[in-house]
Design a protein. Sequence first.
Length: 292
Amino acid sequence: MPLSHEEDAAQFDTAEDALLYIRMAGQLQDDQLDIGETALALALVSLPGVHVGRYRHHLQRLSADVKVEVDMRSQKQERDDPDFRLGILRHVMHTLHGYKGDEVNYNDLQNANLIRVIERRRGLPVALGVLYMAAAQKLGWVISGLNFPAHFLLRLDMDGERRIIDPFREGVDMDAASLRQMLKTLIGPKVELSHEYYNIVSPRDVLIRLQNNLKKRLIDLEDYQQAIIVLETMQALAPFEYRVLFDKGVLYAKLGQKSQSLQALEDYIMQAPDPRDKAQAKAILQQIQREL
């Protein structure tokens, strides 16, 4: 049985307890994850000392506002369909609470940390998508992250109908033509849509994608120690995500922590299924061993 929100909320208030919560979440089935609470825990690990209560209350408020809007519109006998649900989510997220995609400072670290996103009402597509999902999850609505490259999108499913939206652009509908144009703009003019891009990903994968964004920005800033902390949260949330080990091996090497680097790379080589990936890691491993 998944934990209730009240039970979840009692799990952590400090960065240390947040990491323990993430480890617990790493043992749950995907459908048992509370995506909002877990994203809050991931954010708190990177911001020790922050009082998390107000941000938890905000997540509760989002869901409560969605429920109020559902009740109000239902009293007006509006039909419950995908457009009804998306209209409510857009209204709550963007009109009531003022969330927007941060187009001006897209690569800002704060855009990938849920606590800072809540404070600033600005964020990356995946961070805003997490808020959509957290609000919808409490009502039992089926809204999921999409396996779309380079830009995070959401898919709402209801009674055999589907809608794809862009949380970064205030929940705008995305049809095949707009998806194709986005793909060509982001990746290149020769790329075409694949049926795989319409598939959903698990809540855990969404949160890993959020942390990957944070990790990449920290590496760009050469803050390797903080990037390793982010990798620790990813490993806690997804214990079988072997690719984290390669990144840890490389970053430990950059920090001069050779023994930790060797261990991470050895573990990666043991777990990586692709011989080419193993060969790449072995080359780095041998270089480090020579240096030692």
